[in-house]
Design a protein around this ligand. Structure first.
Ligand code: SF4
Length: 362
């Protein structure tokens, strides 16, 4: 029988895991302490919060936002951040997914002792995601959902008088986004996506306190702390482009374990040449939300849904925006032709969330 591996930090207890981020063998207590200390280090190094601020935590009921809410509440008390924390959930209207994950958020509200506010697509836009999916078909659902969710969180946070939104994006999410924006050649988003604090200039600031936390370590932390979260994947996720970036990232990670951190670092270090034209921020002429076009993406997508042309807002926006602003009842055929191009990517196999057993490594 091989001798049990001792914790590399306290050298007293048996190691319960090998940290995916550092390879260190740690016991449960030392891992939990290291994880919390690192999130605190991220918060203080980037000066994410100021005392007295109201912070709306985007709470989906999944592992990332559940860990975020738990750790932020704990660090707020432990280190006296002086924050007023709230939970803010978005109900996209996805039966069998969001209704169940919101039930987890409601259970955590009691445990955390934080107020919860829920905004829904149905009340904000008059459409649920399930209804949108029936109109749009199996592809591009995440385009609608992502655009609507971003606005819904901003609107909900503004309603609550929040100064900032904290989201549960982790290092793997950011690495995937860097990869996706690179593959799409989206320089504007590529430059912003690795920033820990975004917004300002009229938008509510958003921050990512788990920016340097690996997904696998979030799963382990949730397990060791006995957190209650919802781990089923969204029914529309297998068709999402992000899934392909995730699969590529996992392949790269298998041969080079530091891939996640490397990609986050690449995103941070990216410099855009001064002569590259970047989108300029203005406000949507219809709803007043921040937009680099005369109409924001949400208004264009909504217009398409309401006209019975759900693919209207997918693709290049310029001529379509002009047609809508000019009040044309019919969108020119040439524009519509461009909108019916179909994506060639095949759906990915459904991806299960990693379990603590998958990632403990000792
Ligand atoms: Fe929305 Fe797509 Fe995420 Fe499902 S997978 S919740 S449709 S963004």
């Amino acid at each position: 029988m091989p001798a049990p591996v001792l914790c590399a930090s306290c050298a007293a207890r048996r190691a319960a895991l090998r940290r995916p981020k550092t390879g260190q063998a740690l016991c449960r207590d030392c891992f939990v302490a290291a994880f919390e200390a690192e999130v605190h280090g991220t918060v203080t190094a980037a000066r994410l919060f100021r005392a007295g601020e109201t912070v709306a935590i985007g709470a989906s009921g999944g592992k990332d936002s559940t860990v975020l809410a738990h750790v932020l509440r704990l660090l707020n008390e432990r280190h006296g951040y002086g924050l007023r924390l709230l939970l803010l959930s978005v109900d996209e209207g996805i039966a069998g997914y969001r209704d169940d994950s919101l039930a987890a958020v409601r259970r955590n509200r009691g445990r955390l002792g934080l107020p919860l506010h829920v905004v829904s697509y149905q009340e904000l836009y008059g459409w649920s995601m399930d209804r949108i999916a029936r109109h749009v078909g199996p592809r591009n659902n995440c385009t609608f959902c992502g655009v609507f969710r971003r606005q819904a969180l901003d609107r909900g946070a503004a309603l609550l008088g929040a100064d900032k939104i904290a989201t549960g994006h982790n290092a793997d999410d950011i690495a995937e986004t860097v990869l996706m924006n690179f593959l799409r050649g989206d320089v504007g988003r590529l430059r912003r996506c690795a920033e820990i604090l975004t917004g300002g200039e009229g938008a509510l600031p958003r921050c990512k306190p788990l920016k340097h936390a690996y997904e696998k370590e979030i799963v382990l932390y949730a397990y060791f702390q006995g957190l209650d979260y919802f781990s089923t994947e969204c029914v529309y996720a297998p068709n999402a482009y992000r899934g392909h970036a995730r699969a590529l990232l996992k392949d790269l990670e298998a041969t080079r374990p530091s891939t996640v951190a490397d990609l986050v670092h690449s995103g941070e270090r990216l410099a855009v040449r001064e002569d590259v034209r970047m989108p300029t921020q203005g406000t949507c002429q219809r709803c007043g939300y921040l937009s680099s076009q005369p109409l924001c993406k949400a208004c264009v997508l909504l217009e398409g849904l309401n006209r019975g042309l759900p693919r209207l807002g997918i693709g290049k926006p310029s001529r379509l925006q002009k047609a809508l602003l000019d009040g044309e009842k019919c969108v020119p055929l040439a524009i519509l032709a461009g909108l019916v191009r179909s994506c060639k990517l095949e759906p990915l196999k459904s991806r299960k969330c990693p379990t603590p057993g998958d990632v403990a490594g000792v």
